[in-house]
Design a binder for this molecule. Sequence first.
Ligand SMILES: Nc1ncnc2c1ncn2[C@@H]1O[C@H](COP(=O)(O)OP(=O)(O)OP(=O)(O)O)[C@@H](O)[C@H]1O
Length: 288
Amino acid sequence: MLRAENVTLGYGRHPVVHDVTLDITEGGVGLIGESGSGKTTLARAFLGLLRPISGNIWYGDQTLKKADMRMFRKDVQPVFQAEALDPRMRVGTSIAEALPRAARPKVRELLEQVGLDPALATRRPHQLSGGQRQRVVIARALAVAPRLLILDEPTSALDVTVQARILDLLASLDTERLLITHNLAVVRRLCRLSHVLFAGRVVESGPTKDLLANPAHPYTRALRDAVPKLGGAPPEAKGRTEAVPAATGCPFRLRCPLAVPECEQAPPLRDVRGRQVACHRAEDVLLT
Ligand SMILES: Nc1ncnc2c1ncn2[C@@H]1O[C@H](COP(=O)(O)OP(=O)(O)OP(=O)(O)O)[C@@H](O)[C@H]1O
């Protein structure tokens, strides 16, 4: 439905996402990476809010530049952070605003669809819990019956039990999703495929379960190992976590515990056992 093809993105003339190609396919697609890796920038391009410096975003068989944007806005909806709800507006009105006039009675139905009591429609956002607010945001996005939701950290402001219920809700919708997060548990639940971004480049892509069970890129492995285990010791710092991305060669090499002189040459994305990896040492990473 949406495809980024050799997309380079930036602000002004400064590129922050480099030559990314990826498809949004069925079963959920995750974009994983640390803060500043370019996830939101890529999501903004998929929403038509940021034009590529080079490359194209394809919507079906048209580039976004040429597409019918009214149709596009009906098909593709963002799920933003709950804090962005207008604090002065009753939540029912917020949802109704997203609906055509004749469809306004659907507000009740939408609230029910996201597991909220329709009586909450008369409340203002501050009179709801964080989880309820996030459900309102999802109801608003669903108002136009989109085919794809683009979700940027949809649960990061919520505590773990509320998070789990929102994930159940998202998993139950038959809408496709592109999900941006640094929470690996969230992509594991909601995305069949994932792409790991480091310094604006895709360093590993593949089925989420394989990628997390057995990473082929040292950065994916570092992300996975950085998840604290309940009741366990704090994660051990591997490599030099403070190092900035290398400007030449593999961008991860200054942090990488497996770096070798060959890493001064940029590794291309290549197929390694069912996934795409940009690492000269992917086979060794899989073995260790
Ligand atoms: N409006 C902007 N103007 C200039 N630079 C920006 C702007 N927005 C983001 N950037 C820069 O682009 C890079 C990628 O940012 P982006 O927000 O896409 O990262 P992210 O992976 O979504 O991070 P986070 O998880 O913290 O939201 C960062 O270096 C950031 O400083």
